[in-house]
Design a protein around this ligand. Structure first.
Ligand SMILES: [Zn+2]
Length: 271
């Protein structure tokens, strides 16, 4: 069964119509409707995974996000159909080769964010990622909770991960995906001090819960937007969903690229 379509503007338009119509008869009723309309407007289309974002951070408003390395990046203001894929890896070895094959068949490159400990366990897969032209990001050396670490410990977590990847693949990371998606201004600042951008996401597949592949497909296709970052992991349903997602996006004129390339394509803020 396809997930329910979201038509936020349909609801808004109906309430607006009511407000204008009734407002002409009784001003106070119109006022109530206008208030209700405002509430519905503010509540409209809250993206999935928004609960993981700190208060005050727009979930999906690339146009208002400037580029500042000390702030987490949720989406990148770009012109055109560019979307970045971020694959966080701390487990799921068995699905990584399949994902690499699906990407290679379509000539698509993404960003893999492995932990240092995973990289040490599977240097062969790290090298396969680099050989496939993919970007390597940093998911910390271990999958520790960044909020539980002091500044120095957090910097160490990031630097150790960077060193391990550099030793294995000769690549120096500049993007940091915090383990557990835990972020706050301090975490982003410490990451910046180690030379990393803190990368979050616009579209969360929540694939680690192993939903049916169709759910993953629907989550991505219904929320893709220019400059979006799509978060996924190596899981069985992700591997099944990936070719469907890519074929659809490519057919619709999207370019799926690594997150670093998305940042490089950022539009200069107009203010
Ligand atoms: Zn993770």
């Amino acid at each position: 069964m396809p997930p329910k379509e979201r038509v936020p503007w349909g609801r808004w338009r109906l309430v607006w119509f009511q407000a204008v119509r009734v407002g002409g008869l009784r001003r106070w009723t119109g006022g109530v409707y206008l208030l209700l309309a405002a509430v519905l407007f503010l509540a409209r289309d809250v993206p999935y995974g928004a609960g993981a974002m700190p208060a005050g951070v727009p979930a999906a408003a690339p146009a208002v996000l400037g580029l500042d390395q000390r702030k987490p990046v949720y989406a990148v203001p770009v012109d055109g159909r560019l979307v970045g894929f971020a694959v966080n890896v701390d487990w799921g070895d068995e699905y990584v080769p399949g994902m690499l094959a699906v990407l290679a068949e379509r000539g698509v490159q993404v960003t893999f964010f492995p932990t240092g400990r995973w990289a040490a366990r599977r240097p062969d897969l790290i090298q396969a990622m680099v050989a496939g032209g993919h970007e390597l990001g940093n998911h910390g050396d271990r999958h520790d909770h960044p909020t539980a670490l002091g500044d120095d410990q957090l910097a160490e977590l990031i630097r150790r991960g960077q060193e391990r990847l550099e030793t294995i693949a000769g690549v120096r990371t500049s993007l940091f995906a915090p383990p557990y998606g835990e972020v706050d201004p301090r975490i982003a600042r410490v990451a910046a001090e180690t030379g990393h951008w803190t990368i979050m996401w616009t579209v969360d597949t929540v694939d680690w819960r192993r939903p049916p592949p169709e759910t993953i497909v629907q989550r991505v296709l219904s929320r893709v937007q220019p400059g979006a970052i799509v978060l996924m992991h190596p899981t069985e349903p992700t591997l099944a969903a990936l070719p469907i997602i890519l074929d659809r996006l490519l057919a619709d004129g999207w370019r799926v690229i690594p997150v670093g390339r998305l940042l490089a394509a950022a539009r200069t803020p107009t203010h």
